[in-house]
Ligand binder design. Structure first.
Ligand SMILES: Nc1ncnc2c1ncn2[C@@H]1O[C@H](COP(=O)(O)OP(=O)(O)OP(=O)(O)O)[C@@H](O)[C@H]1O
Ligand SMILES: [Mg+2]
Length: 233
């Protein structure tokens, strides 16, 4: 599935102050591609991801997911597209506090009408894939930051969505766990999933097909595969 961003402009308002977070960003990510978005803090990376996910809407420009222009849809229709086609990992904590790790991961499946038994089995397999089967019964307050991050990755991948949008999914992981998460993401692209990965992590950028660098809300550079490896080394 392809996701396309065309001339995205987003200004955040804080009282009388207007912060230009994105100043005209265009980007196309095709099925099977893993694109990393890098750039300094405040450069607009999370804002871009929120627009691609349709949890925020642009002031100008458009996002087209699987042929549908998100801004032209109702909030309900956008939520339905998110539920069915997008696996999302937010930068700040993601998990529902009152649910166990297993219940958090099973949630997208249950919301989509999967029978509870099957949803639990698939959720457990997804947790095992991030190395956390033995944490299934814990609520998020009893997980480490890195564990919670991996549970969020398991939840984003559990339904095999055609588009995965992940904001710093390896930020608080040790090398081995980060490698595991990156391998899972790469494996998903082999099955045709399109992935946008916001990251400060050179290991993650090195695994991408392309690296987009944002500076001050604009694309400052786009690096191909060879350059990705060099930039990360
Ligand atoms: N809800 C908001 N209200 C006001 N300003 C915001 C809001 N969200 C983001 N901003 C501002 O927009 C700009 C871009 O923020 P964004 O979160 O997209 O950056 P980022 O590249 O993800 O940074 P980081 O690497 O620190 O996560 C920043 O100047 C930020 O302060
Ligand atoms: Mg951010």
């Amino acid at each position: 599935m392809t996701v396309e961003a065309v001339d995205l402009v987003r200004r955040h308002r804080q009282g009388d102050v207007v912060v230009p977070a994105l100043r005209g960003v265009s980007l196309t990510v095709a099925g099977g591609e893993l694109v990393a978005v890098v750039g300094p803090s405040g450069s607009g990376k999370s804002t871009l991801l929120h627009l691609l996910a349709g949890v925020d809407v642009p002031d100008a420009g458009r996002v087209v997911v699987a042929g549908a222009a998100l801004h032209a849809l109702s909030e309900d229709a956008r939520a339905a597209i998110r539920r069915r086609t997008i696996g999302l990992v937010f930068q700040a904590c993601n998990l529902v506090p009152l649910l166990t790790a297993l219940e958090n991961v099973a949630l997208p499946l249950l919301l989509d009408g999967e029978p509870p038994r099957r949803a639990r089995a698939r959720a457990l397999a997804a947790l095992a894939a991030v190395g956390l089967a033995e944490r299934a019964a814990r609520t998020p307050d009893r997980l480490s930051g890195g564990e919670a991050q991996r549970v969020a990755v398991a939840r984003a991948l559990v339904a095999d969505p055609p588009l995965v949008l992940a904001d710093e999914p390896t930020g608080s992981l040790d090398a081995k766990s980060a490698e595991g998460v990156l391998t899972l993401l790469r494996d998903a692209t082999a099955g045709g999933t399109a992935i946008v990965l916001v990251t400060h992590d050179p290991r993650a950028a090195a695994r991408a097909d392309r690296v987009i660098r944002l500076v001050d809300g604009r694309i400052a550079a786009e690096l191909g595969e060879d350059a990705c490896a060099r930039a990360a080394s």
